[in-house]
Design a binder for this molecule. Sequence first.
Ligand SMILES: [Zn+2]
Length: 70
Amino acid sequence: MKTLSLLILFFLTNITCRESTTVYICDSPNAKKYHNTSKCKGLSNCTYKIIKVDIEKAKKDGRTLCGWEK
Ligand SMILES: [Zn+2]
């Protein structure tokens, strides 16, 4: 049982680490969302440049995770 919990913990930590790196945003003044992938549906309407930013910067700019994610 202990091994299983450790495995789950490791798995969860891994996900968290991956999420707290780089996200994609539409470089539009009206865009208030960030995306985990550049192929997200929410970005297909973007007529501006799609840029990669640190998730912390996206959050600081007041962006929230796009509704298409998950
Ligand atoms: Zn998205």
